[in-house]
Design a protein around this ligand. Sequence first.
Ligand code: ANZ
Ligand code: ZN
Length: 829
Amino acid sequence: MTKYDPLAIEAKWQSRWTQGRHFHVEADPSKPRYYVLEMFPYPSGRIHMGHVRVYTIGDVVARIKRMQGLNVLHPMGWDAFGLPAENAAIKRRLHPAKWTYENIDNMRAQLQKMGYSLDWERELATCDAEYYRWEQLFFLKFYEKGLVYRKNSPQNWCPDCHTVLANEQVEDGKCWRCDSEVEQKDLEQWFLRITAYADELLADLETLSGGWPERVLTMQRNWIGKSVGCEIDFPLEEGEGAVRVFTTRQDTLWGATFMSLAAEHPLAERLIKGKPQEGETRAFIEKIRNMDRIKRQADDLEKEGVFTGSYCVNPVTGLKMPIYLANFVLMGYGTGAVMAVPAHDQRDFEFAQKYGLPLKVVIEPRGETLDADALTAAYTEPGLLRDSGDFTGKDSGDAKIAIADWLEAAGKGTRAVNYRLRDWNVSRQRYWGAPIPMVYCEKCGVVPVKESDLPVRLPLDIQVRDDGRSPLPDNAAFVNTSCPACGGPARRETDTLDTFFESSWYFLRYCSPKDDTAPFDPEAVRYWSPVDQYVGGIEHAILHLLYSRFFVKALRDLGYVSHAEPFANLLTQGMVIKDGAKMSKSKGNVVDPDEMVARYGADTVRVFMLFAAPPEKDLEWSDSGIEGAARFLSRLWRLVTEELAGVVAPTGPCLAQDPEALSPLARELRRREHATVAKVAKDIEGQFQFNTAIAAIMELVNFLFANVEALRAEDPRAVSSAVNTLLAALSPMAPHVCEELWEMIGHKTLLADQPWPAHDPAALATDTVTVVVQVLGKLRGKIEVAADADEDAVKQAALAEENVARHIAGKTVRKVIYVPGKLVNVVVG
Ligand code: ANZ
Ligand code: ZN
């Protein structure tokens, strides 16, 4: 008997798998494929338990699919650009490149120790020019197509990170990375026109339903935020022109009593000029401009505004409406103007209360009368229209449609759709990113770099600055270039691309990662795409997933790919927590994977992670839990190498055995063996219930232990089959120990190459009944069938019975009659 020595075993199998290029795959259209991908890690320095969890989940899926005969792509790489590298570099006085590549080496070694069945030959790092040159090409192609443009606009600016942030990267007015208060700053920036795809990004969420968590679909829907309504003109009281509003509630038009504009509204200047309150108004505009967008949108924002001194006219009631500037109206949404309906909109209600503006009720609950003076809050529910001209008495839902029709016919307004989604600002004022391939020429203006001049390499001979500012603008060798159009002196763009640019297409690059003539081989992408199973954190539910979806659609329209959605199925795993909180250095509750692997072995860590919680739930780290997993694997080891030594032969899993020839105990073992395989496959497939799958395997181990003496004596073949099956079924979760035991019982081929055990459904039945078989009324045999076996299965078994078969040989079966649970009569002639 040898001792279970996980570290020795794991090193041995990891090197065999690598040497045999075991998990390397090639596209092969003659084979069905399966692409399983976990979100690639940021090379922060060390693998943490969160990584271990997500990569273990993906690995089990990869291994089981491989055993089920699919050609499985399971790659790994590094999301290697980004701020933390730069910040860490500043702190440690290291070059970001050195820091990043060293981290990659460390983390690769850590991942390899986990025994993941990855095709390491496809490894990529997004900070390599061989990678980012292709996204520079995409940038140029997008530019040609009008999907990239440059714009000066107020941006979210993080003073500590010295860079702009996308809206998605601002959380509660704070930087998602460093928690600093975000400021507003006017800057020239590059944008990707993701809004051109708003409709398709929204519509195609339907096609993902079922494959993606409903929660993520809802978050994406809300983020895209489609609003359907009308644009309506309110003529100015003085002079030409009108204020155009966007409203989703045209049914409340008769109740609009004042107008609220964004402080940045282009009409503001004209409306306030020369009015007595001009000074006060200007001061207000200044104050609002400096507030950040996120705060202006918050529900609990104290509503504030100023009267411009000007009026407009309600186009249906003729009411003279004072025009205000209001802090909650944003210039970037709709038209930057809101027809205020204080009786039916809560923000307008609060505003009206504060500034003593009139309320007019135009919607009432059926059968009730609302008194404007008695309202304590806006009535925002549907109801019946009142005091609304020809539409009075109509249901508000119907009135929306009727009023939109009427406005269009009367030329007073048009139907309009608005999206909350904004174009994606991809400019970052940081060093460690992919250079944006554009130059500025004094003569020609903005000029794209020639495709043949790609990549624009990020210069590595730089000194990181202590204040975090990018060294690129001071790097003359990088900045000074010649204009691709006129050849005259020009300056390079020194902003770099948002790192979400890299992660928006890496899953395509994995299909042919070494291609140096194209971003990817279209044939390979066609074969492997879309990713069948994507696994990653819910924190990427909006950003990364939306950008990737957009990229695939944009690349499709450029002719690069032929599919429309990158990820067919998505699993969002929960966090790993300890003492009720997410593991983090600041909380001091970090458990280091390396330490755990050194103490227990990777198989134990894997089994614990999979067993402790279903994947979408948070996983609470527990020392007793990992001890339990370790005990289970030791028990399995002892069972095979000691208790059943000499009994188990390399028979293969789910051995075909005649149940009648087995003892009752062996028959029960056989039933459990088949039931375990069926359950493991079913629990993992689609459901990812690794915990119940492992529990089923544990039960089988317990049953073998409990009956070991009797089983040894009675039926070694049944025992062999059960143990072979057990190892095959557990191998996706605990691959090393299973390979080792598999080899020890005498197999010459790797377990990783075994087909998934095919269980016999008939073997699952708990009770069997004896059915007599007659041929032309004469008893010719008896068969044992499952009590709940279906008629066809029983008839087939009857015809196949040895003696019966002899009696019908050479004759034509005219009819087979089945009396359930009792008798089969075969009529021949
Ligand atoms: C009149 C009205 C009456 C409105 C009512 C609502 C309720 P969503 O669904 O988010 O698209 N709005 C329009 N542009 C705005 C802007 N730039 N800043 C702030 N608010 C703006 O919301 C559409 C509603 O938000 C519009 O419909 C408008 O107010 C307001 F009983 O118009 B509503
Ligand atoms: Zn030029």
